[in-house]
Every structure is written in C-alpha cells, then in structure tokens.
Design a protein. Sequence first.
Length: 131
Amino acid sequence: MTSHPRHRLAATVLDAPDARELAAHYRALLDWQATEDGPDWVTITPPGGGTGLSFQTEPDYVPPHWPTTPDRQQMMLHLDIEVDDLTAAVDRAVALGATPAEFQPQDDVRVLLDPVGHPFCLFVREAEAGG
C-alpha cells in the first residue's frame, strides 16, 4: 500500500490591491475573525474554526470581468455564500461595499462584486424534497 502525505485545504486566497481592505469587507460580511493580520497577508476564519479565506496584496491586480468575455481578465474562481434571507443578505453586502452585478444568470442566486471586483454569489439553499 502506498502512503500519501495528508492534505487539508487551509484557505482560498484572493488577490487584491490592499489585502487588509478586502479582508475587512469579508470579515464584516461573514462575521469571521482575523487569525493572521499582516500588511500584505490577512487570513480570516469562521468562529468555530475551519477553512478560511486569505487575502494577499498584489500591486498589479487586475479585476476579473463578469460575465466572462475572451478579451478581458477572466475570473479564476468565485465564492458561493449560503444565506438564510437573500434580500437582506444582498442589502448588507451592498452596505459593506459590494455591487450587484449587471448580469444575473439565475433568479434564486445573486451575483455581486466585492470592492475590488471579485464576483461572489449569495444564495438560499432550497429545502430538500421529502423533508
């Protein structure tokens, strides 16, 4: 039997012109805490622990374009954030600096752009059939 090293996803990293500014947005949005806070690197995690989000200062950051077009910077990933009240969650995200995307591909999901242009989705999970 071949032995493999243990792997655990520690964080997803988002580049930004200023790591601290973007981390502050997501900290407030998710109500998470900073577990690492440097000038060019910030990590936030959920209150009970678990996989977090990290933010890295990238001076040459170019925001992605949504929806994707072949001639513009494409997004490499986006965050899906489950909420219990879509309208209230969108209102809160906008109050914290997010912008609703012009293109909304689904009725039950809202695509927003964070303060530096990363798309993220807010959605309410539908109740599973049968209870």
